[in-house]
Design a protein around this ligand. Structure first.
Ligand code: P6P
Length: 343
């Protein structure tokens, strides 16, 4: 595996996502190829969604559809397209027994005409969709489990599992470039789409998050709604103390993928804590918090709900919410101390 990013002209060292998956299969003799095929199909869906996101402003796909999703939120046409594209790309492959999506109230069964596989996948087809019309970075988040049910078809139990049981998780970010970042439990790899050849190329091998950063990322419009401990934590970050690198810089896109990706690369903390209007937090545990927490922990960081690891939370509902504080380990532990009142 190359130990540095791809350099143009360095063709001999091009590592496409296909070659990477094949390499992973080769070094895991028990690999059946089913998981590899699943990742390849997901990469294909990502390329198609990426193409539509890039064209959105040109083919009048912008603007709200006359639909709302299960949460009563105005669903943009691109959400609908991305959701259906991913379902179409994944349901026929034979690797999945069931899916679940932010856009669907209940599980998405695999149609009878297709074989049932050994995996279950949850996804947020287009996270940050409120930013679609203003051309701000959005993305797809996914979380993959082994199935646990043993019937003919998959069930809700296959997707309502704790984050520690994920076998893979990641995101595709449609930003200045399209990048697919994922983990299969052996570190975090980033692949950037080269649209001229339609291939994802390994651009960020073995991603690790700095142990501490200089950025915090939170919606400060909720400041008066936070509990006292979290508010004191943010004030701590804003208090000048040049020896300890404070004040931190504030960065907030409003698309979880963009804010988490920057935190992964630069360090610091991203948070959407509980507040008076969102007592359980705003972000969804199964298809937003869990996959991002798996990525961050695999990169050497920490991801909590304020008092425990997100990946330990025992879920009860596909769409349940959780507070999220994730990022550099040292930064998150300081946040936890303020929330616990020990600082
Ligand atoms: P707010 C986008 O709608 C999203 O689900 C996440 O991507 C993002 O982190 C959060 O909500 C933004 O929420 O309340 O700051 O607009």
């Amino acid at each position: 595996m190359p130990d540095r990013a791809y350099i143009p002209g360095d063709e001999a060292r091009i590592m496409t996502i296909q070659r990477y998956i094949a390499e992973m299969e080769r070094i895991h003799p028990d690999a059946t190829g089913e998981f590899s095929t699943l990742l390849r199909n997901l990469a294909l869906a990502a390329k198609i969604v990426s193409r539509e996101v890039r064209r959105a402003g040109l083919v009048d796909i912008l603007g709200g559809a006359s639909l709302t999703n299960v949460h009563g939120e105005d669903v943009k046409k691109l959400d609908v397209f991305a959701n259906q594209m991913i379902i179409n790309a994944m349901e026929s492959g034979g690797q999945l027994c069931v899916m679940a999506s932010e856009e669907n109230e209940t599980i998405i069964p695999i149609p009878e005409e297709f074989p049932c596989g050994h995996y279950a996948m949850l996804f947020d087809p287009l996270d940050g969709s409120s930013n679609i019309d203003v051309n701000v970075t959005i993305g797809t988040i996914f979380s993959i489990f082994h199935r646990v049910s043993d019937g003919e078809r998959g069930t809700e139990a296959d997707v309502v599992q704790s984050g520690d049981k994920q076998v893979a998780a990641g995101y595709i970010m449609y930003g200045s470039s399209t990048i697919m970042v994922f983990t299969t439990g052996e570190g975090v790899q980033g692949f950037t789409l080269d649209p001229t050849i339609g291939a994802f190329l390994l651009s960020h091998p073995n991603m690790t998050i700095p142990k501490r950063g200089r950025y915090y990322s939170v919606n400060e419009g909720n400041r008066m709604l936070w509990d006292n401990g979290f508010r004191r934590y943010i004030e701590h970050l804003q208090t000048p103390d040049f020896e300890s690198g404070r004040p931190y810089k504030s960065r907030y896109v409003g698309s979880m993928i963009a804010d988490v990706h920057r935190t992964l690369l630069y360090g610091g903390v991203f948070a959407y804590p509980a507040d008076e209007s969102n007592p359980n937090g705003k972000l969804r545990l199964l298809y937003e918090a869990n996959p991002m927490a798996y990525i961050i922990e695999q990169a050497g960081g920490r991801a909590v709900d304020g008092s425990r690891r997100i990946l330990e939370i025992e879920p009860h509902d596909i769409h349940q919410r959780t507070p999220v504080i994730l990022g550099s380990e040292e930064d998150v532990r300081v946040a936890e101390a303020f929330i616990a009142g020990t600082r």
